[in-house]
Design a protein around this ligand. Sequence first.
Ligand code: ZN
Length: 385
Amino acid sequence: MILMVRTFLESFISIVMALIVPITTALGINTQKPQIDPSSFDNVENVILLIGDGMGPLHLEAAKQERNITLALDEIEIEGRSRTRSASSLTTDSAAGGSALACGTRIINSTLGVYWYDVFGLESKPLSITELCQEAGMKTGIITTDDTSGATPAAFSVHTCSRYDTIGIDSQQLKSDLDLIWGGASDYVTKEKAEENGFTFVSTYSEMMAVEAGERSYGQFENSTWHTEQTDAETPTLSQMASKAIDILDDGEEGFFLMIEGAHIDKRSHDNDMAEMAEALEEFDNTVREALEFAEKDGNTLVVVTADHETGGIVLNDDGSYSYTKGSHSSADVPVFVYGSHSFIENGQTVENYEIPIRIAYSLGFDEDDFPKEIFNAWIKNTDL
Ligand SMILES: [Zn+2]
């Protein structure tokens, strides 16, 4: 049954592809390597990339007004913008948006880590920043308030032609070299499967806190980690997860790369629920604060905070209030906040979304031969769990 669904999906996507390529060409979507000089970047040892899914600039303003708070994000001195689009549309989905941020190239909506011109990945795949860091011996981790198979965590850990290929995503994540993957429940990953693949399985706050440096862990928590307070004593918040993950990954050896997603800024914006979006954004900002505190102490850590796209088309009204104008994604530019490097972007600069992981790679000392990079004969199509 699963194979039939996959075959159907692949046939469907090939037809869509035939229609999309001329559109992509007409849109003039740039898939060339950007002209950025790798030697112009300050070098760092660790990177924490925080993605507020669906977080446009006005989400920040709306959340401040709604919650009557100030944000750690506003204390970050360097702020630019990212142009979010995919190879198939001026409005990206989370799969292509996440893949641009992970692989340094624009791909087709609903696909994960496969080239837009080679959607089956039969010939090659784009290396992700996660895999680049793993090859260099760095520790890598992914945390999300979404399921671990959600589009954003998947973009940083798998290669598949469909974001709905949950069994393939779970399978690739289990067989990956990730040191840490924590999120919501999974349909296919059980405690036994996680342990068979070398992970310690954790599903409570106490179990999470007991994980030690050097121990690989697979976390499945209740989908309430986006709240600002623990909903029960054994469900961590996103900021608690981040704080512990940084402790585990910072083992003082080759550095680490950690991607953290606040998924509910997007989910609540799809519902046009401003109050819950604001709470999710406040907890995401609490998580940013944890990352900034670590980076300040460490002195060798780059913190980048951005979004994959804007969700809900938030506008400022004449009476000073904020409201949603749609229930889907928009093509608006999103913020890019940078701490720990003065050469990552210029203050006020707008960059293409796919440049962000390239700039991260260069900040870690990699050069243009290392990333972005096409890997041949590396297609993973394993559905065995
Ligand atoms: Zn998204």
